[in-house]
Ligand binder design. Structure first.
Ligand code: PGA
Length: 251
């Protein structure tokens, strides 16, 4: 059985003060929730404040990005060891905003995934097609390409631990969430690629989230799908009541 995992991707939002306020309001709302793994993924500057606020709670902490390099002369970058020390257990790799706005290619995303494991971090590998690719019938081919490049060089055991986030680019931040049955079909195909490349055991264990305009009102329709193991939530994760309702709806 795969435990659902719900992650709050705050993107470039929240000062330290706002992050502290969120944690103070959020934790009591999920204190009695079990059977669902929860993660907060703040911007770098708020990681320490969130780590402090979450201490002793069941809610985990991740970062939105990391360098593929070890510490050194890489101005503006953050190394995996710095994230681990700051209390992170997870890190996003290949979010579509990184791919499109910051030109991260499949190969670099794969290097970041491998660097995450090398630093004891669990990667959340984000993949998904653009509207143009979807309309051209390329959804499964794009996901296969991004998935295989992202998981390249990993052992089956590492793949089993990885979290994959299927986020159709056209559904991110648009309010146009993917039809749950469509998301199920695409995620089943993604799991099929994992079977092919890493075996049935890894594929049965790997958790695959849906992301793209997830809200308290639609999260249950995704969680009802057999292959969807959680959600990566942007806009609706910024408000503590909204994110708590999504976590509760994931059970
Ligand atoms: P959204 O973002 O929930 O605001 O659509 C999801 C994401 O980018 O991870």
């Amino acid at each position: 059985m795969r435990t659902p995992v719900i992650a709050a991707n705050w993107k470039m939002n929240k000062t330290q003060a706002e992050a502290r306020q969120f944690v103070t309001e959020f934790l009591p709302k999920v204190a009695n929730l079990s059977g669902v793994e929860m993660l907060i993924i703040p911007p770098f500057t708020a990681i320490a404040a969130v780590a402090e606020g979450l201490r002793g709670s069941a809610v985990g902490l991740g970062a939105q990005n990391m360098s593929k390099e070890a510490p050194g002369a890489f101005t503006g970058e953050v190394a995996g060891v710095m994230l681990t020390e700051a209390g992170c257990t997870h890190v996003l790799a290949g979010h579509s905003e990184r791919r499109t706005l910051y030109e991260e290619n499949d190969q670099l995303v794969g290097e970041k995934v491998r660097a995450a494991f090398a630093n004891g971090l669990t990667p959340i590998l984000c993949i998904g097609e653009t509207l143009q690719e979807r309309e051209a019938g390329q959804t499964d081919a794009v996901n296969r390409r991004q998935l295989l490049a992202g998981l390249e060089g990993l052992s089956a055991e590492q793949v089993a631990q990885t979290i994959i986030a299927y986020e159709p680019v056209w559904a991110i931040g648009t309010g146009k969430n993917c039809d749950p049955a469509d998301a199920q079909a695409t995620i089943a195909a993604i799991r099929g690629v994992v079977v092919e490349a890493f075996g049935a055991e890894a594929a049965a264990a790997v958790r695959i989230q849906y992301g793209g305009s997830v809200k308290p009102g639609n999260v249950a329709t995704y969680m009802a799908q057999p292959d969807i193991d959680g959600a990566l939530v942007g806009g609706a994760s910024l408000d503590p009541a909204s994110f708590a309702a999504i976590c509760a709806g994931a059970k």
